[in-house]
Design a binder for this molecule. Structure first.
Ligand SMILES: [Zn+2]
Length: 96
């Protein structure tokens, strides 16, 4: 009995996780360097700009607290996270 209970719990967690990923809008934790407020932003509130190099790759958003335009460097993992979450991506370099 304990065995089936364990696998049942695992299924539930996996199903809940999959459901969250497809149904609920993804939100990203961010903080504002201006007012130091921390908040969560929906994918639609973020923009990702991918440059020719990782140093030219960054994401930007407008602080919901003070309205500052925030721009932060985006590493590989952040790029993956944002694009996977449906953030609008702008490619600054052309790949011919
Ligand atoms: Zn702010």
């Amino acid at each position: 009995m304990s065995e089936s209970a364990t696998s049942g719990a695992g299924m539930t967690v996996a199903a809940a996780f999959a459901g969250m990923r497809s149904a609920a809008p993804v939100s990203f934790k961010a903080s504002c360097p201006d007012c130091r407020e921390r908040f969560e932003l929906a994918a639609a509130a973020l923009r990702l700009a991918i440059g020719a190099t990782s140093r030219a790759t960054f994401y930007s958003f407008t602080c919901p607290e003070c309205g500052a335009a925030v721009r932060k460097p985006a590493g590989e993992r952040i790029v993956e996270l944002l694009t996977g979450g449906g953030v609008r991506t702008l490619r600054l370099h052309s790949t011919l």
